[in-house]
Design a binder for this molecule. Sequence first.
Ligand code: FES
Length: 221
Amino acid sequence: MPDKHASYRSRYTADRLIPGAFDGETITRRRFMTGSAHTAGAIAAGAFTLPALAFAVGPIFKSTPHSWVTVGKVGSFPNNNYVPVIATLTPGIGEAGKTTVYMRAFNPALDTDPYDRGTPYIAISTRCAHLGCPVRWVDAAQRFICPCHGGVYDLLGRRVGGPPVRPLDRFYTRVVGEDVQVGPRFSVNSELRRFSPRDPAEPLDGIGQYLYPSRPTERKL
Ligand code: FES
């Protein structure tokens, strides 16, 4: 017979007088099966939860490649109208990496916003700030017009009608030798204050800039 007082310290189930215990057993079969079922359940749940989570959260941490591309020569853009250029913003993915950028030279009479000082050229993105459809510059109306839901933007890319939540995004510009280059994209609020790039439908006025922070991997402005 096992010693009754020693059973409290023993690691063997038989010593602890557990019904149905086998000699040499250190864990009951019930506990072992319960632990196995929980472990199998946790592995199964993780197998479909973790990939879905990574798929949803992963893009937040994916950095956007930034490169400078030449889009024309100095003097090839007017300062009172836009010229569309095709720029490869994401190399290596073919046509999908190209976008249309509306370019014009800096105009001190138009570009009075302090954030635009020192910018040699104004480069406007065609991605609508509502849901991302490509907008088109309509010279006769002096407006950018979105064909999807009627978004309208003025000469500076500020929203003047329709559902877009902020002005059109812009690109940094620089002059290298005789080349005009466009670089990283940035977003602006209704005062044309610059922010790190945001996705369409993310407002940047008031509390919007805090509700829709930029991706952690984006360059901070
Ligand atoms: S996507 Fe441009 S107005 Fe909706």
